[in-house]
Structure formats: structure tokens, C-alpha cells
Design a protein around this ligand. Structure first.
Ligand code: NAG
Ligand code: ZN
Length: 330
């Protein structure tokens, strides 16, 4: 019996030993977490394909999400704000309406916190606004495991100089829901201000939920432009909530590591800055190319010149010879 207990403890310790929140062990319980179209990803901008046919993204109703207070919930994994289905996105073949938004973050003193990365660079936190295809499905949970059932907006959050008043509508209520399963109400506010000012530059790819059961049902949109919150706001996000019903475990580091891209494509709605420029290597190559080209040209000119001179010399010689012979014969 003691042996069994010890064995179980060993297994448990190993199960907990998979990075933040044991994410390496997710596939054992949730097979789709080991699939080949998982999120988040590290977006390499020079491998993204510019697609001029990607329609512009237009949020509707975000400025005034009704008059009813919105539910803010600590579910032990994140802080989540419920959203009414009157808000929707234009820019997809079907209508995607909002269900909820939530955040991912790191912890004080360690870098990173966002789920998506751009050119291997993580930011301090990330906002996800979750939408579902309401043309095809009645609820979020019905859509969640269907192909293209969900559309999620990913907004990278970094630390800036000033307090972000839009994010403060959420962050100022965190102390009311410090423990897991606590809820509070938030007066409706302008959700458009949570998004980057310029929404024209974004990346699009097919991916998944970033938490179990990791359904591969998400049309992802990750904005190139970031938003900023203050250092104090980030600290509040990192240090207020608990993932437990008692104040024993801080809710932090709730971001999943980047997943393999595999065969997927990442589309970009814009032309990358810098793609028209040459890298140092290309510059060097170009330089050497030009130099070799010049040398070849010089050599060719030299050889031609030499040939012409020789020919002229030979002609002169034969003129001298014939005139000499003419002289002796005379
Ligand atoms: C996502 O997958 C669908 C096929 O299921 C494909 O038509 C579409 O082009 C993909 N989108 C991207 C961004 O690769
Ligand atoms: Zn998320």
C-alpha cells in the first residue's frame, strides 16, 4: 500500500513537471493538444505570405456593448469577461459574434507572457477576443469543436509609459475576484479601445484553442501593432489573482509555449517593412558579384585591345617587309 502511494506520488510529480501548468502532458488527456495545427505560434514575418485579398477587419458594436453590466470571472486559469452576441466581426465569409475575452500573462521578474510571438519576440501579455460562427451554430460551445467554428483576435500587450484607460475597465476590478470561481460585474465600456488603433496590419492562420481541449477550430487573427499598458497595470495583472479558492497559488504564467507551424501558412494583410531591403549577406553577395563582373569586363577589354594591337603590328611588319623586298629587287 505504501509502495502504491509512493508510486502515485512519483507519477503525480512527473505529471506536474511539464513546463508551466504541465502543458507537455496535455496530449495524454486531450489528444487534440498533440495535433498538427496548434496555437499559439511564433510568427516569422519573412515567411508570412502577403495576401492582398484578405478583407479588412471591421468590429461592429464594440463601441457600445449594450447597457447591461458584463460578467467578469476568475475561472482559475484566466480572467474572463463575458460579451453579448450583439458584437460581431466583418471580414469573414460568415458572421462571427463575440462570446468572451480573456488575458494571458507571465509573472513578475521573468520576460514574456504573451502566447503568440512575432519573430521569436514575446510581449508581456496578450488579449484574446473569442467569437463564434453564429450563422452556423447557436452557441460558443456548439461551435468550439467545429472546423472554422471560432474566430479569435490576438492582441499583443507590452509595457508603456502611460496607464491604458480601456484596460483599466477590467484591471480595476481584479481585486474583487481574487479567488478562483469569484465573479463580479463591470459596467459596459468601449471595447474598440482594447484593440490597436490601426487594425489594417494583421496575420491570419488556422489554429486551435491554446488551452485543453485544444480544438483545432480557430481562425486566428494576430495584429501586428501592439497596445500598451503601464508597468503598474501589468503588475496588477500578474499579482492580484489566485488560481485556487484560497490564497495559496498565484494565477500567473498562464501562457502556452509556441507550437510547431508544420505545413500551415501564415497570411499577412500587409507588405512587411524591410522585405524590399537587402540583408548584409545579400549586400555582400551583390558587392562580390559587381566586383567580379567589373574584373571580367576589364579583362575582356584588355584582351580585345591586345588582339587589335597585335593585328596592327603584324600589318605594319608585313608593310615593312614588302617595302624592304621591293627595295632589294629594285
Ligand atoms: C485555413 O484552412 C482552409 C481549409 O480548411 C483553407 O481554405 C484556408 O486557406 C486556410 N487559411 C489559411 C490562412 O491558411
Ligand atoms: Zn486565450
Amino acid at each position: 500500500m505504501l509502495f502504491v502511494t509512493v508510486l502515485l506520488e512519483v507519477i503525480w510529480i512527473h505529471a506536474a513537471d511539464g513546463g508551466p501548468h504541465g502543458q507537455d502532458d496535455w496530449p495524454a488527456s486531450y489528444p487534440e493538444c498533440g495535433g498538427n495545427a496548434q496555437s499559439p505560434i511564433d510568427i516569422q514575418t519573412d515567411a508570412a505570405t502577403f495576401n492582398p485579398e484578405l478583407p479588412a477587419l471591421q468590429p461592429h458594436g464594440y463601441e457600445q456593448p449594450g447597457t447591461e453590466p458584463l460578467d467578469l470571472h476568475n475561472n482559475g486559469h484566466t480572467v474572463q469577461l463575458s460579451l453579448p452576441p450583439s458584437l460581431y466581426l466583418e471580414g469573414f465569409p460568415r458572421r462571427y459574434v463575440t462570446a468572451q475575452l480573456h488575458l494571458h500573462w507571465g509573472q513578475q521578474g521573468s520576460p514574456g507572457g504573451s502566447e503568440h510571438q512575432i519573430n521569436s519576440e514575446a510581449t508581456a501579455a496578450e488579449l484574446h477576443i473569442v467569437h463564434y460562427d453564429s450563422d452556423s451554430y447557436a452557441t460558443l460551445s456548439e461551435a468550439a469543436d467545429k472546423p472554422h467554428g471560432l474566430a479569435v483576435l490576438g492582441i499583443l500587450i507590452e509595457v508603456g509609459e502611460t496607464k491604458n484607460s480601456a484596460y483599466e475597465h477590467i484591471l480595476s476590478h481584479l481585486h474583487e475576484i481574487r479567488h478562483k470561481d469569484q465573479k463580479t460585474s463591470v459596467p459596459p465600456f468601449n471595447l474598440r479601445e482594447l484593440l490597436p488603433p490601426q487594425m489594417g496590419q494583421f496575420f491570419r492562420y488556422n489554429g486551435s484553442l491554446t488551452t485543453p481541449p485544444c480544438y483545432q477550430s480557430v481562425l486566428w487573427t494576430v495584429f501586428n501593432q501592439r497596445v500598451q499598458i503601464s508597468r503598474d497595470q501589468l503588475k496588477k495583472l500578474q499579482e492580484t489573482l489566485f488560481s485556487t479558492e484560497d490564497p495559496s497559488e498565484l494565477l500567473a504564467q498562464n501562457h502556452r509555449a509556441p507550437q510547431p507551424l508544420n505545413q500551415r501558412k501564415v497570411l499577412a494583410s500587409f507588405i512587411q517593412e524591410g522585405t524590399a531591403e537587402f540583408t548584409t549577406g545579400e549586400m555582400l553577395g551583390l558587392g562580390v558579384g559587381i566586383l567580379v563582373g567589373c574584373l571580367c569586363l576589364l579583362l575582356a577589354v584588355y584582351l580585345i585591345a591586345r588582339k587589335i594591337r597585335k593585328k596592327r603590328l603584324r600589318n605594319q611588319k608585313s608593310v615593312v617587309f614588302t617595302s624592304a623586298r621591293a627595295a632589294t629587287e629594285a
